[in-house]
Design a protein around this ligand. Structure first.
Ligand code: CDP
Length: 199
């Protein structure tokens, strides 16, 4: 059975948490596509070559979650040749037998426009900056500035800009707990896949 859940949205909106919970509940494979762009940027050198040569080892680095790695990722992610080098891998993953959930910026719009379920997860920049600041520490004002800068770059780029797919379910997590957001997302999956019950 092939069943794809595409989750898009800006930095620190809660995509990863929701994606992991859906993978757990429904037995889907999970791909954090942001990690691909983070790893390409961290590899250094020519980003297109880095994207073409990306290996499992590159994704296992322990320095990919920093703010700096996120900023560097959003710079290489604006390059069309980098994006296209990563497309096939993501599309193959999306068709994993048993179902797959992918989170990123262009999953519902470009990578998997035929996904059975599309979610667009967002929340206010202030709340997202608070969440990221709790994970990485540092100066809250600077974290907020970086969140805004990355949003502007990801939404403003010419190739695969961040935006909700027309048929995406919008989930604004600003005033939601994790459990609430996960139940809205699970309901969207169940609506397309009614024979699967939540364990
Ligand atoms: O975890 P967070 O939401 O902060 O970021 P991420 O998902 O790890 O993505 C890092 C950067 O990679 C983003 O700011 C985007 O520029 C880029 N990205 C993208 O262009 N397309 C994707 N499918 C995933 C990430």
């Amino acid at each position: 059975m092939e069943f794809t859940v595409a989750i898009d949205g800006p930095a620190a909106a809660g995509k990863g948490t929701i994606a992991r919970a859906l993978a757990d509940r429904f037995g889907f494979a999970y791909l954090d596509t942001g990690l691909l762009y983070r790893a390409v940027a961290a590899k250094g050198g020519d980003p297109v070559q880095a994207a073409e040569d990306l290996s499992a080892q590159d994704l296992a680095r322990d320095d990919l979650r920093t703010l700096a790695a996120g900023q560097a990722a959003s710079r290489v992610a604006a390059l069309p040749a980098v994006r296209s080098a990563l497309t096939d891998f993501q599309r193959r993953f999306a068709r994993t037998a048993g179902g797959a959930v992918l989170d990123g910026r262009d999953i519902g719009t470009v990578i998997c426009p035929m996904a059975e379920v599309k979610l667009y997860v967002t929340s206010s920049p202030e709340v997202r900056a608070q969440r990221r600041w709790r994970e990485v520490g540092g100066d809250l004002a600077q974290v907020l500035a970086e969140v805004r800068e990355r949003d502007a770059r990801d939404m403003g780029r010419a190739d695969a800009p961040l935006r909700p797919a027309e048929d995406a379910v919008l989930i604004d997590t600003t005033d939601m707990t994790i459990d609430q957001a996960v139940s809205v997302a699970s309901a969207a999956v169940r609506a397309r896949f009614p024979e699967r019950t939540t364990p």
